[in-house]
Design a protein around this ligand. Sequence first.
Ligand SMILES: Cc1cc2nc3c(=O)[nH]c(=O)nc-3n(C[C@H](O)[C@H](O)[C@H](O)COP(=O)(O)OP(=O)(O)OC[C@H]3O[C@@H](n4cnc5c(N)ncnc54)[C@H](O)[C@@H]3O)c2cc1C
Length: 381
Amino acid sequence: MPAEVLIAGAGPLGLALGLALRQNGVACTLADARAAGAAADDRRVLALSHGSRQILERLGVWPRLAATPITTIHVSQEGGLGRTLLRARDYGLPALGYVADAGSRAAALEAQAAAQSLAIRRECKVVRATAGTDHISACLSHGTGEETVRAALLAWAEGAVGEAADNVISRDYGQSAVVARVTVHPAPNGIAYERFTPAGPVALLPHQGSGCCAIIVRPHREARELLLLPETAFLERLQWLLRGRLHFDTLGPRAAFPLALRYRPRPVDKRSVWLGNAAQTLHPVAGQGFNLALRDAWELARLLRDAPDPGDDALLRRHAHNRRFDRCGVIGFTDALVRIFGNHRPVVRHARGAGLLLLDLSPPGRDFLARRMMFGARAWV
Ligand SMILES: Cc1cc2nc3c(=O)[nH]c(=O)nc-3n(C[C@H](O)[C@H](O)[C@H](O)COP(=O)(O)OP(=O)(O)OC[C@H]3O[C@@H](n4cnc5c(N)ncnc54)[C@H](O)[C@@H]3O)c2cc1C
């Protein structure tokens, strides 16, 4: 009986899962379709929650990562009253979350995987798999042909849920996120801005000194136009969207990412489990995708510790059950934010404004929101 977990995908999540399994004494091998270092040129900037910092610290990755702390989050909406402020000091924490380059996150995970001698097969794609009673056979395709390997469990960490995947619920938001590096004055000093506008949210994350990362969510056509705008016009548009709070000086590289919600209601099957983006691809409005993914990986690795058979059906069902609350909460919360703040009707706009104002005046409501951003489902306990 093979006692190994095969992880399909050595992206950030696959590597985090590999490290967590190693820490829990579960043997694993990773296979990735791409070459080593391919994720290092990912231009996105990510918001990592305080809970993610705790997991990355335990995996030995955090010291390798340069991250900018978010001490305050300022939430507002265009064309309506009300705003709310979430402050780290209200929770006795150094930061509500952190901002890091997606590329450096990948590099830090790869460096720690190398330090821990994780077995990673590069340029090696898992093309299909067949589950038997006591093992799963996976077909790996690589430069020299195909081969079949057996494992007790196949963990799919292959990134976005594919269009053609079975048993998937999806919603196309008809939007793209335009991500751009900018410099700003005065320096953001740890403040992140999230502003909801009828066409989509706009976020500004503090990133390295006077640097920031702007994320502008817009319908696809408008997003394409934003990518092509000359530097000055782009910075003026950003300033207008954020209503003159800050002054933008320079613009770095821009990129656009199409947005959709796609998730598997049942993230387990015979000797198979789907994690992170492969289980749920989220709208980045609240910056929750990788944070949720890390909790998926961490909890699975803990469950598999000392398990005689990591692919046992009852164990996998327990994993799906244990993760249901956190997954559904984040999927529902993210989707609700997009729908509520994307509604143009005046009555809804005023209700939203009142909601934000109430949130600002109500410490328990604000606490709940902040804890959800920091810890996911652990906000409830
Ligand atoms: C614009 C944008 C902003 C975001 N902002 C945030 C944020 O602020 N905070 C946050 O927490 N999350 C954020 N996210 C989500 C976050 O980026 C993702 O959740 C996370 O990076 C996904 O990591 P992953 O390892 O699951 O997938 P990927 O990074 O896609 O990695 C998948 C890996 O699997 C490999 N692979 C694919 N298929 C196979 C196969 N068949 N066999 C072998 N290997 C395979 C690929 O080569 C790749 O290396 C954002 C997403 C977007 C689009």
